[in-house]
Design a protein around this ligand. Structure first.
Ligand code: GTP
Ligand code: MG
Length: 814
């Protein structure tokens, strides 16, 4: 690390380099109170710059921190806090008017002048650390923490007025001012540094990722969830051991911890000892942020004020504040331990068969036992059944963990629990998969199960088998019903042709059998009997009840011994009987080349895997006033599936069968709009999966895309070579249509991917893409700026896609 920091030619001291000790050196021990106030930026300051008196820059500061080593005799800067001012100095020196005369007297720049000469891009008279050379001042509005009080106190000079949009600022390294895609940001002031500058700007990071001058200051609360989270940039630059040490420091150092008074529980700020009790209890709340919370001492339920519970922590913690009845803003007139519960909780109670008429007051204990107030009679356990627990998990309600009595007996392990442990919960990301009927959501779900899930259990296989068999009979019944209609039509037209007195000659279509008229659609008596029997059963809606009898048919699938293969399962319509909500949890093991920069650092690969919960819901019942969808408010991404090949298909509207047939692409669009407009998805990213590309590719050369009214203005560029390009153009066109629609509704960008759900590889790619989207979302405010990368191409017109679509993979990043 020292070798990287030091300019070439400086020998490394013999002593073991303790990187973690480095920034404990007094020279950079910056605390809010002890920072000598630097001069505000003023005319005189600029003059002093032009005269060559320059305060040391960040590079020097880091070198200064090395001054305890014999080879680095840097002088201590007069003002450690002047780093901030340095940034402005840099910008001034970018101005040609000022760019000469920087014969610096600072030791840092003297040292660097040798190496400066070797760089072709750096003018010889300009010291290292001031490398950006643009002819005009393009200095941008950089936000520095006000608490520093060092920057821009006086009126701003015109040179310092931001000249570009904030997004542009975000892409620039705050030290070298080069545009860099990947940056690491300071947890306190959010200054971002590229990989060449990060170690110089942040030194040895005793408190994790903070600029040297931000050490000792509390972190920006919006970054709390990032504490201790791995950093790809650091993993590349440092050894695994060093990264671990830095992240440990970041999680555990006192400056980065929450202050007790930032947590308001049951209306009262916590006292330090209450906070200590809270954090050291067996099941402490996770990912705590400053804010208002409620806590139910009996049940251990814990939640944000005004919201449903989000966790069961340990019971019997004593806080100053007492639980108020309106603390979770419930309006159900059903009470648990004095708190009026929310609708979602009430649903779960009903699900768990708890009788709860209005104005019922329950006592609920930590393990889920419940009784009505004043009755002293335990009626059962709320979370006893696996189904209730599953429902809770789907609706993001907490369930009790295995009882503490199964855990360690003595208290010491609890007390020894580090802050770090509670900050590192098992990460689960929820994906909600939705689409209009027939778009392929079940197929994608089943693919996910086959690709990443556990094998189908006996029970599931039995369900699937019954489902496949009943589908088969349903399809058969459709054919048989059609046959009846065609037979009737054929016979009546035959009868119309020939008057009753005429005898038709042999060889003509039709005839008689046992006095009955025949047509090409007629079948023999036994089959007809079967057909009638089956159609009756289906008309009565009794198919499933009759199944055991029907399975004794002759065809393989319908036999009792039949065991569906993976392919049968995949191709079958539906997921399981009932076909409503389905759910699996999995992780994606490999490290995709999409996002991971190749690294030899094994630490990156040993990160705990993120678990994904895939929830597939049927679109039935989804409409503007739809309530159940709110249950999924905490999903991390909505995956919306549309069948590309639907553009020429017509079907019944999703709601109500009496309306006229509707173009299915238009139906999908309607459902898409309805879903996007749901208030609960206001901040949720959407990934559109354009499915059935195989059918689409084949169809689009036969059936014009304009058949769907929404695609009326599609005018493909004529290409001589092949049909594929037409399908590609049509695909991008449709993708752009959805993207435009989405951004008109949300002002955000829609992520689009294409799939052929019957082909597992394409579904695998789609999930990897979704994983990347989640990472980008996670990191976009931090290390990465997605907006302007090649991943996102909304700005490009669709015609550009059409011309540049040679590479399918890149084109996918729409
Ligand atoms: N050729 C082709 N067929 C597909 C593709 N995706 C799904 N299918 C088929 O399309 C039909 C409908 O797919 P499902 O996965 O059941 O659709 P769904 O979204 O679950 O629809 P509902 O069950 O009606 O809500 C099934 O017969 C699938 O086998 C695809 O990419 N290509
Ligand atoms: Mg289905």
């Amino acid at each position: 690390m020292t070798r990287r920091i030091l300019p070439p030619g400086i020998s490394i001291p013999e002593a073991t380099v303790d990187v973690y000790g480095l920034s404990r050196v007094d020279a950079v021990n910056v605390s809010c109170n002890s920072i000598p106030t630097a001069e505000p930026i003023s005319e005189t300051h600029v003059h002093s710059v032009t005269n060559g008196t320059r305060t040391p820059g960040a590079a020097e500061l880091v070198l200064i921190s090395l001054s305890s080593f014999p080879a680095c005799h840097g002088s201590i800067p007069q003002s450690p806090g002047s780093l901030r001012s340095m940034e402005s100095v840099v910008s001034v020196s970018q101005n040609q008017d000022f760019s000469d005369g920087s014969r610096s007297r600072s030791p840092g720049s003297q040292r660097s002048s040798a190496s400066a000469q070797s760089s072709p891009r750096r003018p010889q008279n300009v010291p290292l650390g001031e490398v950006k050379r643009v002819p005009v001042v393009t200095f941008e509005n950089v936000k520095y923490p006000e608490s520093n009080g060092l920057f821009l106190e006086g009126p701003a000079l015109p040179e310092y007025v931001g000249v570009s949009k904030k997004e542009k600022t975000k892409r620039v390294c705050n030290r070298c001012w080069r545009k860099k895609w990947e940056r690491e940001s300071c947890l306190v002031c959010d200054a971002r540094y590229c990989s060449s500058c990060v170690l110089r700007a942040m030194g040895s990071m005793p408190e994790g990722r903070k600029c040297v001058q931000c050490i000792g200051q509390p972190i920006n609360e919006s970054k709390r969830s990032k504490l201790g989270k791995s950093s790809r940039m650091l993993s590349r630059l440092l050894s695994p051991l060093e990264v671990r040490q830095i992240l440990k420091g970041e999680k555990e150092c006192p400056a980065n911890q929450l202050m007790p008074e930032q947590l308001i529980v049951n209306g009262f700020p916590l006292r330090p000892e209450e906070m200590a009790d809270l954090l050291s209890c067996p099941l402490p709340p996770q990912r705590l942020k400053p804010g208002r919370y409620w806590y139910d001492k009996e049940s251990g339920l814990w939640g944000k004020t005004g919201e449903k519970p989000n966790r069961i922590i340990s019971s019997n913690l004593n806080f100053t504040g007492k639980l108020a009845s309106n603390s979770s803003n419930g309006n159900t007139r059903v009470y648990i331990n004095g708190r009026e519960i929310t609708k979602t909780e009430l649903r779960i109670l009903k699900f768990a068969n708890v009788q709860c008429p209005r104005d019922t007051h329950f006592w609920v204990y930590e393990d889920g036992r419940y009784e009505e107030e004043g009755q002293n009679n335990i009626k059962g356990k709320i979370w006893a059944s696996a189904l209730t627990r599953l429902a809770c998990s789907l609706f993001s309600l907490p369930i009790p963990r295995a009882s503490p009595s199964h855990g360690p007996r003595d208290d010491s392990p609890y007390l020894a629990r580090t802050v770090a442990e509670y900050l590192e919960p098992k990460r689960i990301q929820k994906l909600l998969l939705i689409g209009s009927p027939g778009s392929g959501t079940s197929t994608i779900f089943k693919q996910a199960k086959i690709l990443y899930g556990t094998k189908f259990s006996r029970e599931e296989l039995e369900h699937l088998k019954l489902m496949i068999q009943s589908n088969m009979y349903k399809y058969l019944s459709i054919l048989l019903e059609g046959r009846e209609r065609f037979e009737e039509e054929a016979l009546s037209s035959l009868n119309a042709k020939h008057s009753p007195n005429e005898h038709h000659s042999e060889g003509e279509a039709g005839g008689t059998e046992g006095g009955q008229s025949l047509s090409v659609y007629s079948i023999n008596g036994r089959l007809k009997q079967f057909s009638n029997w089956l159609l009756d059963i289906i008309a009565m809606g009794d198919l499933d009840a009759f199944f055991p009898a029907a399975t004794r048919g002759a065809i393989e699938v319908s036999s009792n011994e039949y065991e569906p293969t993976e392919k049968d399962i995949l191709y079958a319509e539906g997921i399981a009987q009932g076909n409503g909500l389905a759910f699996i949890e999995f992780s994606l093991e490999d490290h995709s080349p999409m996002s991971e920069t190749y690294t030899e650092n094994p630490d990156v690969y040993s990160q705990p895997l993120i678990r994904y919960q895939l929830l597939r819901v049927s679109a039935k019942g989804m409409h503007e006033s739809c309530k159940w969808v709110e249950m999924f408010e905490d999903v991390h991404v909505v995956v919306f599936c549309v069948a590309l090949s639907d553009y020429d298909q017509f079907g019944f509207p999703i709601h109500g069968n009496n309306k006229p047939l509707k173009n299915r692409m238009m139906q999908s669009r309607e459902l898409f709009e309805t879903t996007v407009r749901q208030p609960c998805f206001r901040d949720t990213p959407f990934v559109l999966v354009l499915n059935k590309y195989d059918l689409f590719e084949e169809k689009v050369s036969r059936v014009p895309l304009g058949l769907c009214e929404w695609f009326g203005n599609f005018s493909p560029v004529k290409m001589s070579h092949n049909n594929q390009s037409l399908a590609h153009q049509a695909y991008y066109y449709i993708a752009m249509k959805f993207k435009d629609l989405y951004s008109s509704l949300t002002h955000r960008k829609l992520f689009v991917w294409q799939a052929k759900a019957l082909d597992g590889a394409t579904v695998d790619e789609a999930f990897k893409y979704i994983r990347e989207v989640l990472r980008w979302e996670d990191e976009k405010d931090d290390n990465y700026v997605v907006e302007d990368s090649f991943y996102s191409t909304t700005e490009l017109s669709s015609s550009l896609f059409i011309r540049q679509d040679n590479n399918l993979r890149y084109a996918h990043y729409t």
